[in-house]
Design a protein around this ligand. Structure first.
Ligand SMILES: NC(=O)c1ccc[n+]([C@@H]2O[C@H](COP(=O)([O-])OP(=O)(O)OC[C@H]3O[C@@H](n4cnc5c(N)ncnc54)[C@H](OP(=O)(O)O)[C@@H]3O)[C@@H](O)[C@H]2O)c1
Length: 312
């Protein structure tokens, strides 16, 4: 029976992967899911990770464990974003090869691509220009993970593949205003403003930049397809296929939260890259397509936030 180790199963993506594989099992597919919390196994520990993979013998591994965060966290902790990510992915990728894992899927991120890559960004834009400086350490670690998978494939014929998801959201996201990504940060901000009857919410920049957002359940569906059917050294993009101006995203979140105060933009703050959209046509050609519409996805995520996080 195939045994899947989901590394990072308590995260936004890892939880979606567990849900997806539980659905597969419920539908009669003969999978076994293997997980470990960080307290049980610190994936930065190469020897412990190698021992675990050797003893438990998963046939499949998805690397969804990483140090992840928004601009501020990336700025404040460049050492951890580089070193922890290198350590986690190195111990998993090398350990998987040594343990004879049949298939491994490494999750990178759209930030591996150059800051000024032509839009929508194709996979072959990799290493064609300088990276966005604010998350360069994280992006470099992810590029190293992608290259390590390619190296194991070239040198040893390992069936290791890599996927580059766009911005993700969904239940179990990180809503901490200091470390979160833009979408959960907006949910938290509007929720607090509503709860405290604040007359206005101020957001950074002009709201003009365009970004792409994919629900974690859609990524999990893509991971299932890739682990089953994709076996190529080229990384593959996983995106929703359309972008949205941050101004319009903020309106969607405001609507989902039901905040009726004013929305102000502090245009003295930087906007960042004007547009970031992945070209996911290679994945679409394999038969995958996203199912969760952004408006419904945000509403569902806000319901989850109210039930699980709002009080905290
Ligand atoms: N979120 C996004 O928008 C996004 C976009 C593109 C790509 N991705 C990629 O998707 C993957 C998953 O991201 P995510 O958003 O799900 O992140 P997340 O919610 O922060 O989850 C990461 C998981 O990794 C675990 N982890 C981290 N370091 C570990 C260690 N040393 N030992 C054991 N476990 C460790 C964490 O454990 P704890 O729970 O104990 O902290 C957590 O469960 C990452 O590779 C990320 O780069 C994410």
């Amino acid at each position: 029976m195939p045994r899947l180790f989901i590394a990072g199963h308590r995260g936004l993506v890892g939880r979606a992967l567990v849900r997806a594989w539980e659905r597969r099992i419920a539908a009669g597919e003969p999978w076994e899911i293997l997980t470990r919390t960080r307290a049980e196994l610190d994936l930065r520990d190469e020897a412990a990770t190698r021992r675990f993979l050797h003893d438990e013998k998963p046939t499949h591994v998805i690397v969804a464990a990483a140090k992840v965060g928004g601009i501020k966290a990336n700025n404040d902790f460049p050492v951890e974003f580089l070193l922890d990510n290198l350590r986690v992915q190195n111990s998993l990728i090398e350990g998987a090869w040594r343990a004879g894992v049949e298939r491994l899927l490494f999750l990178g991120s759209s930030c591996i691509y150059p800051k000024h890559a032509p839009q929508p960004i194709r996979e072959d834009a990799l290493l064609t220009g300088p990276l966005e400086p604010t998350n360069e350490p994280y992006a470099l670690a992810k590029i190293a993970g992608l290259k390590l998978c390619q190296a194991y494939r070239r040198q040893y014929g390992a069936h290791f593949v890599t996927a580059m998801p766009t911005n993700l959201y969904g239940p179990y996201d990180n809503f901490d205003p200091l470390t979160s990504h833009v979408l959960p940060a907006l949910i938290h901000k509007f929720h607090v403003a509503k709860a405290e009857n604040r007359p206005a919410v101020t957001l950074w920049g002009t709201g003009a930049p365009r970004r792409e957002f994919l629900h974690a359940d859609d990524l999990a569906g893509a991971c299932a397809l890739l682990l089953d059917r994709y076996d190529d050294e080229a990384p593959i993009n996983v995106g929703a296929g359309e972008d949205i101006a941050i101004r319009d995203l903020a309106e969607l979140v405001r609507e989902a939260v039901g905040y009726e105060g004013a929305l102000e933009w502090d245009s003295s703050q930087p906007d960042g890259t004007p547009r970031k959209l992945l070209d996911s046509s290679r994945l679409l050609a394999l038969g995958w397509k996203p199912r969760v519409h952004l408006r419904e996805g945000i509403a569902a995520t806000y319901r989850w936030y109210q039930e699980h996080r709002a009080a905290a």
